[in-house]
Design a protein around this ligand. Structure first.
Ligand code: NDP
Ligand code: OXD
Length: 316
């Protein structure tokens, strides 16, 4: 084994993109690819992975640290045979900034009635719609972690009233926060609900009919809007469709779904008040991913504590 531990890559990006990022990463380390089925992975001390192959841990029995290719780790934590090793999440400014761009874009799109105007454009209708100000709307963010907090700050700069909810209460300048026990109070204040939660046992199916019915009705846009970029498993899609069709929700922006790619026959595709994006709110930049993993490998080899570790008891 070389002094610098070897790395195995098991990512679902195109190989060309991985190779381009590797040209500038992991200097002095042996790099192996799980996609090369004849490769001997027994040297690998680190794995950088996303939806790993089921045989990875048998092929690479000497791993010491796992690096998630994304911020969410649900697809790693559920892999059969996952060894009891530290898992480092991907936390990087590029990922955070992209997510905040998407969240701000969706909130502004609903505020400025973009879905309705696109419909009017297709029908060649020239009609100005009611235009509330951002400060008249309260955006409630569920999940005030790395991504939720940055989105909260940027929405605030755009003029929205912003509140947030998380398992443990957070203190964020200018933003009222609620803890797990205060969900109903939080929902009753929320006109636009933004989901930035990890998928865990506790958050699976949390966005359901009962939750949608507790959002504020009669706000500046008339009806509440639901925006989700956390994980599809947190939303009950039949309830979401019913809430949109039944007028409980006035619109939605959805980036994540129970089944991805979203099946061609899904009702979401054809809904005029729904913006669908293909799990693209914030894609991981492979160069940034490798740079971050490398920093943590070096810390590990200097016997320093790893950062952004996953807590297996909470599941994120
Ligand atoms: P963090 O771990 O930094 O934050 C998670 C937040 O969710 C924390 O505030 C946490 O509470 C809160 N939370 C977790 N469980 C609960 C619960 N049961 N009740 C209330 N609050 C809870 O994660 P990130 O912000 O980095 O990422 C969030 C998620 O975004 C990822 O897990 C991933 O699923 C998704 N994502 C989606 C992308 C996309 O392109 N669509 C891209 C990147 C990420 P507390 O603060 O108390 O711990
Ligand atoms: C992530 C994602 O978790 O891209 O980073 O979904």
């Amino acid at each position: 084994m070389s002094e610098k531990g070897a790395v195995v890559i098991d990512l679902k990006f195109e190989r060309r993109e991985i190779d381009r990022a590797l040209s500038n990463a992991f200097e002095g380390r042996k790099v192996l690819h799980a996609s090369d089925k004849s490769a001997d992975l027994s040297d690998a001390r680190y794995a950088v992975l996303w939806k790993p192959d089921l045989d990875l841990f048998q092929r690479a029995p000497n791993l010491q640290v796992l690096f998630s290719g994304g911020a969410g780790v649900d697809s790693i934590l559920t892999v059969p045979g996952l060894p009891d090793l530290p898992i480092v999440r991907f936390v990087d400014e590029s990922l955070t900034t992209r997510m905040s761009e998407w969240v701000v874009l969706q909130c502004l799109s609903h505020l400025r009635q973009v879905p309705a105007y696109l419909g009017q454009q297709r029908s060649r209708v020239w009609r100005e719609l009611h235009q509330p100000e951002a400060k008249e709307l309260t955006v409630g963010i569920m999940g005030l972690g790395v991504l939720g907090q940055d989105s909260a700050r940027k929405l605030k700069i755009m003029g929205f009233d912003v509140i947030g909810w998380s398992r443990t209460r957070k203190t964020i300048n200018g933003i009222e926060t609620f803890d797990a026990g205060e969900l109903d109070a939080f929902l009753g204040r929320t006109d636009m609900l933004v989901g930035l939660l990890p998928l865990t046992e506790e958050t699976r199916g949390i966005f359901n009919a009962s939750l949608f019915s507790k959002l504020r009705q009669g706000g500046a846009l008339g009806k509440p809007v639901f925006i989700n970029a956390g994980r599809g498993g947190s939303q009950v899609e039949a309830d979401l469709i019913a809430a949109l069709e039944g007028g409980i929700l006035g619109g939605a922006s959805i980036d994540v779904f129970n089944e991805e790619p979203l099946p061609a026959d899904s009702a979401f595709w054809a809904m005029d008040n729904v913006i669908v994006t293909p799990h693209a709110a914030s894609a991981s930049d492979v160069r940034a991913l490798f740079r971050n993993a490398e920093i943590q490998m070096e810390r590990f080899e200097r016997n320093e504590a790893l950062q952004h570790l996953v807590d297996r008891t909470t599941g994120y």
